[in-house]
Ligand binder design. Sequence first.
Ligand SMILES: Nc1nc2c(ncn2[C@@H]2O[C@H](COP(=O)(O)OP(=O)(O)OP(=O)(O)O)[C@@H](O)[C@H]2O)c(=O)[nH]1
Ligand SMILES: [Mg+2]
Length: 245
Amino acid sequence: MFVCTVLPTYNEEENIELLVEGLLREKQGPNMVLIVDDNSSDATAEKVRNLSIKYNGHDQIKVALVQRRNDRGLTTAIQYGIDVATKRYAANIVTWMDCDLSMPPKDVPQLLAPLMEGSADIAIGSRWISGGADIAHGLVARTMSRIINFWARLLLSNDISDYTSGFIAVNTKVLKTLRLQGDYGEYCIDFLCRSKRNGYQIVEIPYICVPRTKGQSKTGLNLYDYLSRGRKYLSTVWKLFIRRG
Ligand SMILES: Nc1nc2c(ncn2[C@@H]2O[C@H](COP(=O)(O)OP(=O)(O)OP(=O)(O)O)[C@@H](O)[C@H]2O)c(=O)[nH]1
Ligand SMILES: [Mg+2]
């Protein structure tokens, strides 16, 4: 099984090396890391190029960079990475995660295990099951996440606890049938709901979301940002519920 981890980046020069090296250090981790950078104004791309010089051999690519010059957006960046990982690098499993180190690279092998064993098609890192937690966000953001997940469990499926995880490993067969859609983090709710409706096996693996210590959050800068994101997430759940037939 060839595993590729996709990292969407925008101005993550302080985190990118630590994350890529942390991922490649894991024996049961990904075979390669693919960075999708949206023309960062800092040194993110340069650092990735240096990593690829350090890690890539004649016959083996462990670090790859794709840059989008004119596009921006988390969902389309991840989808672009998925397309490159599956078509150019023939990945059997694609994982993706934030590049702010809030999702620890040491937890990736646990996400991969059920896919490797063939017991699941999708594994989600979950903050909201026993053993998981979110110590990265304040009370408002955590409460909002709880409300969104409560709403999603009520209207969509009770089997998933962290619909907005964004820390995920997926078998390529799923990605051949379903594409990510949505503006930002709501893609995750939409993707998990449609995967469930298509009969794919989803498991949740607990993880502890830790605070970003370097660089700046792209979305959660203030209360207004959180609330407008939350509203979109709730309306995504509602639309999926309406379209359940
Ligand atoms: N390629 C690309 N990556 C992005 C874009 N926006 C955010 N990212 C990356 O997406 C990941 C998540 O962004 P964060 O800034 O941590 O935002 P968040 O996790 O939604 O918000 P917090 O809860 O505040 O951490 C990081 O790796 C960002 O660099 C974008 O437009 N394009
Ligand atoms: Mg983050």
